[in-house]
Design a protein around this ligand. Structure first.
Ligand code: HEM
Length: 489
């Protein structure tokens, strides 16, 4: 794609000069969220870099990103055709594929309504307000037991390894109506490979932009293809079982509801969107994939912050003790009564910014932003990390200070401040799992903080340096955990 003539009245995008063949790959480095934040100080909220031969527009600044993704939402709602995206869900992913706007919109609507109805259904037991709450409470119970067991046997535990299974079970319950044991080799093996997936899908992966690299032997790309195949086979097996036992009068879970939708569509002569059954039922693949890695990475970071800021952990425990007590398990309805926990979650999202960029976007037509011309089909990176660390928005952005979201007497969360934290994207492509995710992170944390105390172990380093990817992970490490006594002070 070469530079086009600029329409009258618009300016050419600023940006660093690029080397032949590699473009700005070297300046991008191994932490693109930092290098592109630095560049935004020189070139402004809208600038262009080149990765390989391909121009990429980088957006920073809350107002600019809001303008692009909400006010001019349709112009920036596309996804670029990137090499690695073709392997995800056999190229049929809702989140990563280049589906035309009509098809993507129809699939997104289906995914959203399936997710909403299968999280808010009544639970099997009357003590839970909905199935989401039921799944989380039960998984938290299993998690606590697993952690007790591993502490007894090994005296230490690795947070992501256990959290990821609990979170995967919550979304598995909604998607497939089943859960897996913490020692089930198939599930544990699969979900613990998340690092190999997110490393390749992080914005700016060289193999996505430099075709020559796609033909060279590449270890991380090989692992990526392998995990996508394993993942697809895992979901496909469950989908096949669902087709075999499908009963229209007993829709058990999200997979059944998507199969049912395909059946209904065949009877509906007015249906004008042409979509294969595979593309409909394949939605469950996206929901399962997006639903476990994002939340478990967030919870794993939460545990890292708890051990690194023990005084905050203690205040969170005291808040739960005062507001809920230690005799009953927290519920979703407690969310408004735990402002410090809510602020801790917002600060964890802001400070870690563990989704530093959204999934890359793509312009759907010739457009302009802040007076700069952006041609159709330009790849666009949204730097969420920059917004979450912008000194114009945040006082002392590099410090971890949950209290920044509390009002003066600490009794309420300042909602407007909270809305400035960008981690779910904005506008047309905004995350469809946001409500579930916020509820799930809240409830898991409320339960584990009420019941457990986490701590660092001598000789076991805790490294909070994020490893770059679509979701950024902390280095795997070992921690200690103990049960809180009922009369804990
Ligand atoms: C998209 C964040 C949990 C389903 C996204 C995007 C982000 C994001 C940044 C891309 C937005 C963009 O491209 O502009 C998160 C975070 C989560 C989370 C931080 C947890 C803390 C979930 C859950 C689900 C989910 C639980 C479903 C069960 C999706 C889907 C998309 C998406 C399907 C693609 C939307 C589209 O392309 O139209 N999420 N997400 N996410 N998310 Fe989430």
């Amino acid at each position: 794609q070469f530079r086009r003539e600029i329409p009258e009245g618009l300016r050419q995008l600023p940006g660093p000069s690029a080397f032949p063949i590699i473009g700005n790959l070297i300046e991008l480095g191994s932490k693109p969220y930092l290098s592109l934040t630095e560049m935004s100080k020189r070139f402004g909220d809208v600038f262009q870099i080149q990765i390989g031969m391909r121009p990429v527009v980088v957006l920073s600044g809350y107002e600019t990103v809001k303008q692009a993704l909400t006010k001019q939402g349709d112009d920036f709602a596309g996804r670029p055709d990137l090499y690695s995206f073709r392997f995800i869900n056999d190229g049929k992913s809702l989140a990563f594929s280049t589906d035309q706007a009509g098809i993507w919109r129809a699939r997104r609507k289906l995914a959203y309504s399936a997710l909403r109805s299968f999280s808010s259904l009544n639970g099997k037991l009357p003590e839970y307000s909905c199935v989401l709450e039921e799944h989380i409470c039960k998984e938290a119970e299993h998690l606590i037991k697993e952690l007790q067991d591993v502490m007894t046997v090994e005296g230490k535990f690795e947070p992501f390894r256990y959290i990821v299974v609990s979170v995967a079970n919550v979304i598995c319950g909604m998607c497939f109506g089943r859960r897996y044991d913490h020692h089930d080799q198939e599930l544990v093996g699969l979900v613990n490979l998340a690092e190999d997936f997110v490393k390749v899908t992080g914005s700016g992966n060289p193999a996505d932009f430099i075709p020559a690299l796609q033909h060279l032997p590449n270890k991380s790309m090989k692992k990526f293809v392998n995990i996508n195949n394993r993942f697809n086979n895992f979901v496909q097996k469950l989908v096949t079982e669902h087709y075999a036992t499908f009963d229209k009068d007993n829709i058990r879970d999200i997979t059944d509801s998507l199969i049912d939708h395909c059946e209904d569509r065949k009877l509906d002569e007015n249906s004008n969107i042409q979509m294969s059954d595979e593309k409909v039922v394949g939605i469950v693949n996206d929901l399962f994939g997006a639903g476990f890695d994002t939340i478990s990475t967030g919870l794993s970071w939460a545990v890292m912050y708890l051990v690194s800021y023990p005084e905050v952990e203690e205040r969170l425990f005291q808040e739960i003790k005062e507001q809920i007590g230690l005799d009953r398990t927290p519920t979703l309805a407690d969310r408004n009564n735990l402002p410090l926990l809510e602020s801790f979650i917002l600060e964890l999202f802001r400070h870690s910014s563990y989704l530093p960029f959204t999934i890359p976007h793509c312009s759907t037509k010739d457009t302009s932003l802040n007076g700069y011309f952006i041609p159709k089909d330009t790849c666009v990176f949204i730097n969420q990390w920059q917004i979450n660390h912008d000194p114009k928005l945040w006082k002392d952005p590099s410090s971890f200070l949950p209290d920044r979201f509390l009002n003066d007497d600490g009794t309420e969360v300042n909602k407007l401040e909270g809305e400035k934290v960008l981690i779910f994207g904005l506008g047309r492509r905004r995350c469809i799992g946001e409500v579930i995710a916020r509820n799930e992170v809240f409830l898991f944390l409320a339960i584990i903080i009420q019941k457990l105390h986490f701590y660092k172990l001598p000789g076991e380093p805790v490294d909070m340096t994020p490893e770059y990817g679509l979701t950024m992970k902390h280095k795997r490490c070992y921690l200690g955990v103990s049960m809180r006594a009922k009369d804990d002070e």
